[in-house]
Design a protein around this ligand. Sequence first.
Ligand SMILES: *[C@@H]1O[C@H](CO)[C@@H](O)[C@H](O)[C@H]1NC(C)=O
Ligand SMILES: *[C@@H]1O[C@H](CO)[C@@H](O)[C@H](O)[C@H]1NC(C)=O
Ligand SMILES: *[C@@H]1O[C@H](CO)[C@@H](O)[C@H](O)[C@H]1NC(C)=O
Ligand SMILES: *[C@@H]1O[C@H](CO)[C@@H](O)[C@H](O)[C@H]1NC(C)=O
Ligand SMILES: *[C@@H]1O[C@H](CO)[C@@H](O)[C@H](O)[C@H]1NC(C)=O
Ligand SMILES: *[C@@H]1O[C@H](CO)[C@@H](O)[C@H](O)[C@H]1NC(C)=O
Ligand SMILES: *[C@@H]1O[C@H](CO)[C@@H](O)[C@H](O)[C@H]1NC(C)=O
Ligand SMILES: *[C@@H]1O[C@H](CO)[C@@H](O)[C@H](O)[C@H]1NC(C)=O
Ligand SMILES: *[C@@H]1O[C@H](CO)[C@@H](O)[C@H](O)[C@H]1NC(C)=O
Length: 597
Amino acid sequence: MASPTAAAAAAPSHRFLLLLFLALLLAPFASAAAPHRHRLPSRHLASLNASAPPTTYFEVDRPIRPPLGSIGPCSTLLLSHSFGATYGRPPVTAAYAPPECLAAARTRGGSLALAVLEWSADCRGRQFDRIFGVWLSGAELLRSCTAEPRATGILWSVSRDVTRNAALLAEPGEVAVYLGNIVDQTYTGVYHVNLTLHLYFHPAPPPLSQQADLIVPISRSLPLNDGQWFAIQNATDVQSKSLAIPSNTYRAVLEVFVSFHGSDEFWYTNPPDEYIEANNISNLPGNGSFREVVVRVDGQVVGAVWPFTVIYTGGINPLLWRPITGIGSFNLPTYDIDITPFLGKLLDGKEHNFGFSVTNALDVWYIDANLHLWLDHKSKKTVGSLVIYDAPPLALGVKSGFSGLDGKFLTNASRHVSATGWVKSSFGEVTTTFYQRFSYANSNVFTTNGTVQVVNQTIDAKSGIFVKDASAVLLSEEVHKVFPLYIYTGTSDQVGDEYSLVSLVKLGVNDKMVSGGKLGFSYRSLRNAQSARDTMRVKKNLVVGGLGNTHQVYKYMGTDGCYFRDVSSRNYTIISDKSDGSCSKRSPSGSDRFSLQ
Ligand SMILES: *[C@@H]1O[C@H](CO)[C@@H](O)[C@H](O)[C@H]1NC(C)=O
Ligand SMILES: *[C@@H]1O[C@H](CO)[C@@H](O)[C@H](O)[C@H]1NC(C)=O
Ligand SMILES: *[C@@H]1O[C@H](CO)[C@@H](O)[C@H](O)[C@H]1NC(C)=O
Ligand SMILES: *[C@@H]1O[C@H](CO)[C@@H](O)[C@H](O)[C@H]1NC(C)=O
Ligand SMILES: *[C@@H]1O[C@H](CO)[C@@H](O)[C@H](O)[C@H]1NC(C)=O
Ligand SMILES: *[C@@H]1O[C@H](CO)[C@@H](O)[C@H](O)[C@H]1NC(C)=O
Ligand SMILES: *[C@@H]1O[C@H](CO)[C@@H](O)[C@H](O)[C@H]1NC(C)=O
Ligand SMILES: *[C@@H]1O[C@H](CO)[C@@H](O)[C@H](O)[C@H]1NC(C)=O
Ligand SMILES: *[C@@H]1O[C@H](CO)[C@@H](O)[C@H](O)[C@H]1NC(C)=O
């Protein structure tokens, strides 16, 4: 029998609407502070069978391959901890000393080829999915979500390439992990975690400075009874940090971490406030289905993040994500904003303000960033100036119509940011252009007296970086990401106090990148699509049956190799799984062929 969920625990009159938000009512603490949506316990978790094998959850991703000719790994356990009653407590910390093998490799004239942070965890008992973050000296290295345990126990691991943080890994510091968990008589699951750093080395010195020389965290400093992320609670909330950067910086890139929770966990399904108010619904979050993170330096918009719709391991319907989890749920994507064109005003040695806000936000968004800085070792002072800047306001259009609980909301939006600036350093005068061009369309339709909701959304994000000096184009890189999302959820077959709850989710990431110039050529093309369906039978507020099916196809081709996987699960069991790590077998189909519009 399938696991009951929060949805099944109540059959309110428009129970589907409450499906998504019942959690808030049931949360063991106020939603304002809730790290995550909460659910009722799974009924069959009541008896634990210690001898049954645990389930291994996984997110489909291409394996991280050590570069050719590199040696390793040299592995170091950074932290081992059992996360029990950790909610609202300080993060768990451990002193960080650069592994001896790292210093030894440098002494021998070698360099870091690859650094992988591995989180591995197990849990047995009853527990919700929890968001967590891992920081090193205040810079975030991993944002992730725990898997939901089951009676027989679960295991999972997440590996993230953290090579770009080489500068941070070379210095002593402090590892901090915040995973806000609550353990009581009902929620018994304790997450046992090992955090390990795996390093690989090249025998030769580092090539041209691909990795930054300095990583400056734009996050909250310890001590805190929370993660080091900023918590953005509403549409007018701006969270920021002021800091000075070295005066010999010649390149700067912000790496932004974003996750959404509480009333905005499913922001892309939220109807406008007017619908909520007209129907006097108290537990359904509103203000429409559009959100974006806006990043400002000294109040000037430098870029935006139109985030991928990560669905956490218990999201929409937990039966969908067992054991294949939602795209990005174990390793949340980060977003790069190149702020080199703005360096001119940041090189004065004074503090400048880096701020984050979320358009239309409801409580709560967790956001922080790492500022990657490249320094000119041959000079004490670089200079620069912004020469072209174009950042018109967000264009947002909503067409809404509703009658009672039935309604149709069509939302579209677009934004463009572009900036060109030069920086003079010992490399000469180098001009950088960075642009972002976003578009978004969302259709959100409620029918059958509000018991059926269909959301169809596409986010399209293009960005590019052009770097040139007097004689050549040093770098020309374009990235095009498309995030399609389709969600159907509804109730049907109601007979007395019994009904069926059906959920269908299609979720995808299409990502293409091409990069050229004096520094070499590279490209990648990823098509990653999930389709998940679940039917749950509910009687007298209890699940009496249910079945989840998930199918995922992952196709990657790049100058660094290829990876293909086609995997299906049904009710905790993998029913088919094909994968291939070679580039030769498949010739690219039309949709896979590399191109940028
Ligand atoms: C789903 O799996 C559970 C646990 O293994 C089992 O009890 C249940 O019968 C299965 N349901 C179906 C419809 O196969
Ligand atoms: C629609 O749902 C509302 C709220 O649950 C309920 O009061 C109303 O009777 C329903 N209307 C119909 C036609 O079922
Ligand atoms: C526990 O799990 C094992 C292995 O799956 C099974 O053989 C055994 O019958 C289970 N025991 C109980 C009490 O369910
Ligand atoms: C953590 O490491 C310890 C010691 O090696 C090991 O016994 C334990 O199984 C590990 N736990 C996880 C979840 O990897
Ligand atoms: C928005 O959030 C900020 C920060 O928590 C708070 O100070 C402010 O009062 C909130 N504004 C509204 C309108 O709720
Ligand atoms: C709205 O709901 C509240 C409680 O849920 C109730 O007290 C109030 O009368 C309702 N208002 C209208 C206009 O239906
Ligand atoms: C919700 O959005 C509408 C339309 O953009 C706006 O008029 C209203 O002020 C917003 N409500 C809040 C609480 O921000
Ligand atoms: C929204 O779509 C309509 C119709 O396609 C178009 O006219 C309008 O310009 C779009 N608005 C935005 C903000 O993209
Ligand atoms: C979602 O909308 C897009 C664009 O309007 C359309 O092409 C697509 O077929 C829709 N998806 C579904 C599943 O209806």
